[in-house]
Design a protein around this ligand. Sequence first.
Ligand code: ASP
Ligand code: MG
Length: 443
Amino acid sequence: MIVMKFGGSSLANGERIRCVVDLVKPELPRKPVLVVSAMGDTTDHLLEAADMALKTGTVSVERIAELHKNTIRELALDMSAITPLLAELQVLLVGISLVKELTGKTRDYLVSFGERLSARMVAAYGQSMGVKAQAVDAWDGGFVSDSRFTAAELIPESWATIPEKLMPLIKGGIVPVLTGFIAKDREGAITTLGRGGSDLSATMVAAACQAEEVQVWKDVDGILTADPRIVQDARPVEAVTYEEAAELAYFGAQVLHPRAMQPCMKTKTPVWVKNSYNPGAPGTRIVAEREKMGPVLGITSRTQVTLVDIVSTRMLGQPGFLTELFADFAQYGISVDMVATSEVSVSVTLDASYNLEPLKKDLSRIAEVEIKTGKAIVTLIGDVNRSSEILHQAFGVCAALGIPVQMVSSGASKVNISFIVNDTQRAEVVQGLHKHFFGVYAS
Ligand code: ASP
Ligand code: MG
């Protein structure tokens, strides 16, 4: 069997759903399981509808209902595939508007409608085209998670329950159309795996059912050497390892969910990232080991980063100082991304969304703390055996551009060299690096 995952943009409208079924048909002999995201930007629209219900008391499912109903009409399907869900959604939004409360639990229940609607539409259209498709909600497909609403993790027993539920369908000649992104906890409450989580659903199905491969269908030609919005001539990478793909995802390349590689890494299931808008393109292969390529594989970056400089002479030779320091971060629920230390200072980076004032106040008892906002992390994913060469060249590029590098981290990971620049200079740095490592003159 194989797993074919289709993201929101691959399911944006009736025309795109037709293309999806066209992609699935030739694969039928390989027994595909389909994993689908919500259509287009439905997840965002659901969250906006909830926000509106909460803040203004207005209940509006219009935008979501319209997209799905139009698509049903376009594909000449029966409205009954989605009307019960739309009605339930309406009731939920009324509930939110009355209670004026939106917990993580309710939020997850709410956004689950996106995937549940799209799975039903894709299955119904598949059936109308002669494919024995069947919509399967994640919980009926064996997906059990913990109860961390909005960012739940699948619990280990899913490895057994998923094949238990899905294999009989597959063996019966059915093509399951599984809702990505969602699950239920042990108490039966709906959870979600974090934004972009349907990638993880797909790799989990594949790993748990020992699939031959996973195809992740997106709207770009694979994993690219850089963000095409920043670098015009970014191009697809032929092959990356699971670790490289995870690093690329984590540090800003919006191709894959950061945790999506974990299941397939365990089972060494190959993952293909392909473009449903350009299916002829080879795409990117994600595997355990790849052939040697240039020193740098891809450049990614992340904006809205805050740099925190912590200076204290107490650090000098004092065991336990870092423990004390990071315990403070933990206490405020602040997750740290990069760390660099010297004898008397520690610099860390974190997401700009945290309120750091309480932490700063707390830390001031042991150190001087300076918070610098408006930073970006630029990350080179490459061959760390060649890190001297990469660092030399990358800093050469920054120097030539007159852009100071403010913090560096390299070597902790096998594949990642990251440094901090001002957010305003991010694009220029990424473009300069791309030109250097991937331009016509690059070797
Ligand atoms: N629909 C969800 C989201 O937009 C999950 C996904 O697309 O993977 O985040
Ligand atoms: Mg989506």
